[in-house]
Design a protein around this ligand. Structure first.
Ligand code: PLZ
Length: 440
């Protein structure tokens, strides 16, 4: 499809009449538990825009929650998937395999942190891959306990709900949850005022040692930058100290890079910013430009611990998703999207810091690369202002800007534009936010 006009264009109220009609049908047909942030029904998207059924063109600061990092319907992805679609759609890798899966594994082994021998296994969703990372770590260590962190998000399946911290909306009423999951304090420089990562790591390790014990602990699972939890970048030194403790204590260090991976943060992976080499790295979202794919990649001896036939699933590493992933990785490398993510981060951070200087409700501006957030608070405190956050997001939506919120306290606006967004749309989106903040 040719590139859509890269413009914000509102020709009806948001949502427009056709979207409202579809939303009524959704309410009648789709389970209520499946919510929608912005009930605007999409018909096309690329570059930095999403076009809806009413003909409105919206600026995309969400990338479908950090998925369309290379852009929606990125040309290389479309061609690769079309070719694969015409060749075959599915055989099941566990029945008669195909080279696309092997090539994705080779590519992930090459681009993920560390130059040790690695293996990869492919799955369908981030949650499924996190679960498999835990299975693999348990099989390798012959231990059972797993540690996750305050404010963590790892998914909605039973085991990953147990790893996820936040009750509403993810867990309430859905228990009992998987056992042998423990929670440790994390590093949140804005909220805990501790800028020394080693000190915060020590605090977490003490809880782990006292409440779990390394001799029982299979894995520490951590998002190197928390996503749903509020785009929390830990204090420098926190991740390296935790990784080192895991190495010294026979514990598998699992980095959940489902939201941070594939150039999003201005490096290929968020672990790269501090030279952290995880034993296992979990990826999904940005890996395949919107096709469902996820992976666990890691040290060969750990990955090879489960017995033959112990890992898999009907669709894991589906050929269409693999074709997409190969095109995504190629696009990131040939179009230098790591640099593009950094440039987007610089532009957004500079603008948002200027806004912050004049508006003390912006308690914190943070993030890395094209993963940037603003935490809204009562001026001069760190008391969350979820109501203001809701109002700003709603006003942005009404004006054709797709923004998402996050954070345990619901007071963080997060920006995850596709790396294919032109600067002029970034600037227009930030102008809109400035105007909305002034009126809110
Ligand atoms: N790990 C770090 O961010 C998914 C959740 C959206 P799946 N985050 C978006 C929602 O409300 O369901 C995520 C993540 C991290 C794991 C996951 C889970 O990935 O592909 O949604 O299963």
């Amino acid at each position: 499809m040719p590139q859509l006009p890269q413009e914000r264009r509102l020709i009806t109220a948001i949502p427009g009449p056709r979207s409202l009609e579809l939303q009524a049908r959704k309410t009648a047909a789709v389970a209520r538990g499946v919510g929608t942030v912005m009930p605007v029904y999409a018909v096309a998207a690329n570059g930095g825009v999403v076009v809806d059924v009413d003909g409105n063109s919206l600026i995309d600061f969400g990338s479908g929650i950090a998925v369309t990092t290379v852009g929606n319907s990125a040309p290389a992805v479309v061609t690769a998937v079309q070719d694969q679609l015409a060749a075959f759609t599915h055989t099941c890798f566990m029945v008669t395999p195909y080279d696309g899966y092997v090539r994705v594994a080779e590519a992930l082994n090459r681009i993920t942190p560390g130059d040790h021998a690695k293996r990869t296994a492919l799955f369908n969703s981030g949650a499924e891959a996190v679960e498999n990372a835990v299975k693999i770590a348990r099989s390798f260590t012959r231990k059972q306990a797993v540690v996750a962190f305050d404010h963590a998000y790892h998914g909605r399946t039973n085991l990953t709900m147990a790893l996820t911290a936040k009750n509403q909306p993810y867990k309430s009423g859905f228990g009992p949850f998987a056992g042998e999951v423990y929670r440790a304090p994390t590093s949140d420089p804005f909220r805990d005022h501790e800028l020394d990562g080693a000190v915060t790591a020590r605090r977490a390790i003490e809880v782990i040692e006292k409440q779990v014990g390394a001799e029982n602990l299979a894995a520490v699972v951590i998002e190197p930058i928390q996503g749903e939890g509020g785009f929390v970048v830990p204090a420098p030194g926190f991740l390296p100290a935790l990784a080192q403790w895991c190495r010294d204590n026979g514990v598998v260090f699992v980095a959940d890079e489902v939201q941070t991976g594939f150039a999003r943060t201005g490096d290929l992976f968020a672990c790269d910013h501090e030279g952290v080499v995880p034993d296992l790295i979990v990826t999904a979202k940005g890996i395949a430009g919107g096709l469902p794919l996820a992976a666990v990649t890691g040290r060969a001896e750990i990955m090879d611990a489960p017995h033959v036939g112990g890992l898999g699933g009907t669709y894991g590493g589906n050929p269409l998703a693999c074709a997409a992933a190969l095109a995504v990785i190629d696009t990131i490398e040939t179009e230098n999207l790591v640099d593009r993510a950094r440039a987007i981060g610089d532009l957004m951070t500079e603008r948002l810091k200027a806004t912050q200087a004049a508006d003390k409700r912006l308690g914190d501006v943070r993030g890395r690369g094209a993963m940037i957030a603003v935490e809204l608070v009562a001026p001069g405190t760190n008391e969350p202002d979820a109501d203001l956050t809701r109002r700003v997001a709603a006003a942005a939506h009404a004006q054709g800007l797709i923004v998402l919120t996050c954070g345990t306290f619901g007071n963080v606006l997060r920006f995850l534009p596709p790396l294919s967004i032109p600067d002029q749309l970034l600037t227009e989106g930030l102008d809109l936010l400035d105007a909305i903040l002034k009126e809110s």
